[in-house]
Design a protein. Structure first.
Length: 488
């Protein structure tokens, strides 16, 4: 290991390994949202229904949910360079296949392969950051990470809207391909290994249980509709049961020291509170990200590009504020940022419950910016507090757990708001209300549900400490607790 990485600079300098990983993560996360505007084109060009075309996003999310639980084990067993190479090469293969896909089935396969590479990058970035960046600098560096992972999703719909104005949906992949190739080449030239890989066999039954459990749960949640609740509920129940078996399996494997996902991370109170806060905030955020474009396009008549341009300032504000939030966290701790941020999230979502057909666009823009800025002041400190409360050997498992629950929260948030909105609007139409008024009222109720969820975020924010560093005795305590739980 190089001297630079062994003792990372704390004088305002971000280690090269983090810069490389942030750039790569930006590219793969940009791709995650770039297909949002392409659904109508896919329906026409590949002759598929809207429900089928939506699978380019659903399959991506399912794959992420199935793969991320394995990344904690994977990142401990391979070197940093190898993990990076595997993730980026897999992503490249998926991107190339999607660009030349002759049919929808091949495009879907390409998206699944892309998601497999994407699933590794975020845990790899977080684990490496927590390992090489000293505690007093983590807020600043995590703020730079927030910039990348916040701006990328905000730019995705705008970039795709512009590309689709002048070209085929295939260009969405063709443009990403050379950028990814250059980033991969630069990374392999500059990236150095961090830490030493550990030996250990993989438990394939855990892999299958994780894939079917988390994948089934996300799939079931994505299928909920107001007129179709039974079959999705059964799928969710089956996925939840498999997750329960997966959890028991990990507790048993802990006795041999080779769990696929180390559940000792949940024994840290600070990490668990941060996990709940992040999941619920993500749920509320994804719900609003679904509702706002539906309102702007279906009711107000904006084009996908106009919608993307309207929500872009909020995403950019969230990302650009990240480094400043990080520096404030390093100086003052988390509570002075997270508590006001959580209140701002609830206030913004409550403001969206007042949407109407005549609501000025500047008010919508202001509410969206308030929501994104509030999320920025929440996410960076909570990421840092949660992972910082774990001993170093659990960083990879902590980031994997966080990534997994984010996918579940995204699916649950989407299912919740869409089901609430559809049930409300369908009921009103049946009672004689005109469709536009009914749809609008359904959206208001869905935003109200998101605002109610934000109250949980406020409660968790109040419980979080300003600082959290895993002490050696805490690591020993975590190591000793799981065997006792298994015996009992």
């Amino acid at each position: 290991m190089s001297a630079e990485l062994s003792a990372p600079a704390s004088g305002g300098r971000t280690p090269t390994v983090i810069r490389v990983l942030v750039l790569a993560t930006f590219v793969v996360i940009l791709n995650e949202t770039i297909m949002i505007n392409a659904i109508p084109r896919l329906m026409a060009d590949l002759e598929v229904t809207e429900r089928a075309a939506q699978w380019v996003s659903t399959a991506f999310m399912l794959t992420m949910a199935a793969v991320i639980p394995t990344t904690g084990w994977f990142l401990q067993r391979v070197s940093t360079r190898r993990a990076y190479a595997v993730a980026m090469v897999v992503f490249l293969v998926g991107t190339a296949l999607s660009a030349v896909a002759p049919s929808f089935a091949v495009l879907l396969l390409g998206r699944i392969i892309q998601a497999g590479g994407t699933a590794v990058m975020m845990p790899l970035l977080m684990t490496t950051l927590m390992t090489v960046v000293p505690e007093q600098d983590r807020g600043r560096v995590m703020g730079n990470v927030t910039l990348a992972i916040s701006v990328a999703p905000a730019l995705g719909p705008v970039v795709s809207g512009m590309v689709l104005q002048i070209g085929s949906w295939r260009w969405l992949f063709a443009l990403v391909l050379p950028i990814t190739a250059v980033v991969t080449w630069l990374g392999l030239r500059q990236l150095e290994n961090v830490g030493e890989p550990q030996a250990g066999a993989i438990d394939w039954s855990s892999v299958v249980l994780a894939a079917l459990g988390f994948g089934g749960l996300v799939f079931g949640l994505s299928r909920f509709e107001s007129d179709n609740l039974t079959s999705p509920a059964l799928i969710v129940a089956a996925g939840s049961a498999l997750i329960a078996v997966f959890v028991f399996r990990q507790l048993r494997l802990q006795r041999t020291g080779t769990p696929l996902l180390d559940l000792r991370v949940l024994l840290s109170g600070t990490y668990t509170k941060a996990l709940v806060l992040m999941s619920v905030a993500f749920m509320a955020m994804l719900g609003s990200m679904i509702l706002l474009p539906l309102y702007l396009q279906n009711l107000r008549g904006l084009s996908p590009l106009q919608t993307g341009l309207l929500v872009m300032p909020g995403g950019l504000a969230m990302g650009l504020l990240g480094p400043t939030v990080g520096r404030l966290f390093d100086r003052f701790g988390g509570r002075v940022l997270v508590i006001p941020g959580s209140v701002g999230i609830a206030a913004a979502l409550a403001g969206f419950t007042r949407i109407s057909m005549s609501m000025p666009y500047w008010q919508l823009l202001a509410l969206h910016i308030l929501l994104m800025v509030s999320l920025a002041t929440t996410f960076t400190p909570v990421f840092t507090l949660g992972l910082g409360a774990l001993p170093q050997h659990l960083y990879s498992h902590g980031s994997s757990m966080l990534g997994t629950l984010q996918q579940v929260a995204a699916a649950f948030g989407t299912a919740l708001v869409v089901t609430v909105m559809s049930a409300r609007s369908t009921g009103l139409v049946a009672d004689g209300t005109d469709p536009i008024t009914a749809h609008l009222d359904g959206m208001r109720l869905a935003f109200l549900v998101s605002a109610a969820l934000a109250l949980i975020v406020i409660a968790m924010a109040v419980l979080l400490p300003s600082r959290a560093v895993a002490a050696p005795e805490q690591a020993d305590e975590l190591d000793a607790t799981i065997p006792e739980l298994v015996k009992s």
